[in-house]
Ligand binder design. Structure first.
Ligand SMILES: Cc1cc2nc3c(=O)[nH]c(=O)nc-3n(C[C@H](O)[C@H](O)[C@H](O)COP(=O)(O)OP(=O)(O)OC[C@H]3O[C@@H](n4cnc5c(N)ncnc54)[C@H](O)[C@@H]3O)c2cc1C
Length: 323
């Protein structure tokens, strides 16, 4: 049986930020993720010579702690400022992206951590002053404390499957957290696109919410675009044939792309971004043994919010373990 001081479920930015902070505070930590890749919704994929960011497209930083992580990664040559402002955009915050892909920052945080990709948590059971985490493969991990960072509906399913009943006020808070869906198209082009610099276009109307040229962004060796379906389009087409829905998005983007599409793949994000977030940056479910929830549903619906939530949860956990 594996054992650790603190088990972190989810290798997205919230889980990785929590784990690196807790490791820094002297705790033995273990991060598990059901996926074989790390980064969660910071997702990148290579198809042939084309490279795509198909989850988060860039990061903004408003909080000093997250800003210092951006600066640190930039000075290490892992991140760059993709662009600072678009025409008509009043905000001038830099938009950072990974030099090779958005997962660069996740890989950097994960490099000093103990990680088990491909480990899906099935249930969590209380065992006197510790937790036993049951992994789908049948393995059990014992931990003094657990941090859960999956999207909230997945956390609620896990707690239900574990027989953990939440107080009514907490259950109400958590069931009130809703997410929008996103259908993402990863399209390889047979020529350079017509999209102008910096290579990212945001839409407020129509079926598309975002169009990015991964070649202009500097991550793909060959012309390749990411198209994000708008929330209403993604919701309406969620149960339709994925290639057909992707085809509609490709058709809608065709004149903007201005080059032929050689192939495209579609990915569905069921929990893309929380539309309603919790009032707090983390949520304590149990004080002893500690069980804490973190993630973008608590810190704000962005990469920065996820990291801030992970860091705050880590500080709270230390306080609980060493009062
Ligand atoms: C299409 C899209 C575009 C976006 N664009 C932007 C953007 O441009 N800028 C921005 O700042 N943000 C953007 N976001 C939001 C941003 O990606 C998220 O806010 C952030 O990455 C969330 O991080 P997290 O750690 O909270 O959750 P996640 O990254 O979702 O991490 C949770 C992890 O838990 C794992 N997991 C789930 N269940 C289990 C289980 N049972 N056992 C083990 N592991 C499990 C998952 O595999 C996942 O890796 C976008 C998101 C999407 C989907």
């Amino acid at each position: 049986m594996l054992s650790t001081d603190i088990l972190i479920v989810g290798a997205g930015l919230a889980g990785l930020a929590a784990a690196s902070s807790l490791k820094h505070r002297g705790y033995d930590t273990l991060v598990i993720d059901k996926s074989r890749k790390i980064g969660g919704r910071l997702a990148s994929k290579r198809i042939g010579r084309a490279q795509f960011d198909y989850g988060a497209q860039f990061m903004t930083a408003r909080e000093p702690l997250f800003l210092s992580l951006m600066d640190e990664c930039e000075s290490r040559g892992l991140l760059k400022q993709w662009f600072s402002s678009r025409q008509g955009d009043k905000q001038i915050h830099p938009r950072w992206c990974g030099i090779s892909a958005m997962t660069d920052i996740a890989e950097y945080l994960a490099s000093s951590l103990q990680l088990r990709p491909g480990y899906q948590m099935a249930a969590i059971k209380r065992a006197s002053n510790s937790w036993s985490a049951h992994i789908c493969s049948g393995e059990i991990i014992k931990a003094q404390a657990v941090v859960l960072t999956q999207p909230v509906p997945q956390i609620l399913d896990l707690l239900k499957d574990s027989g953990i009943t939440l107080p009514v006020n907490i259950a109400r808070r958590l069931t009130g957290i809703k997410y929008e869906k996103c259908l993402a198209v990863l399209a390889t082009l047979n020529d350079r696109s017509k999209i102008g610099p910096p290579g990212g276009v945001k839409f407020t109307n129509g079926p598309i919410s975002w169009l990015a040229d991964n070649y202009l962004k500097g991550i793909s060796q060959v012309p390749a675009v990411t198209i994000h379906g708008a929330p209403h389009f993604s919701e309406d087409h969620w149960h339709s044939d994925r290639q057909e829905s992707g085809g509609l998005l490709v058709e809608a983007a065709k004149s903007l792309i201005g080059a032929g599409i050689s192939e495209f793949h579609v990915h569905g994000w069921r929990y893309a971004k929380p539309v309603r977030v919790d009032q707090d940056r983390y949520l304590v479910i149990s004080l002893m043994p500690p069980l804490i929830l973190a993630g973008d549903a608590f810190g704000g619906p962005r990469v920065e919010g996820a990291a801030m939530s992970g860091w705050r949860a880590a500080a709270a956990l230390e306080h609980m373990l060493r009062p």
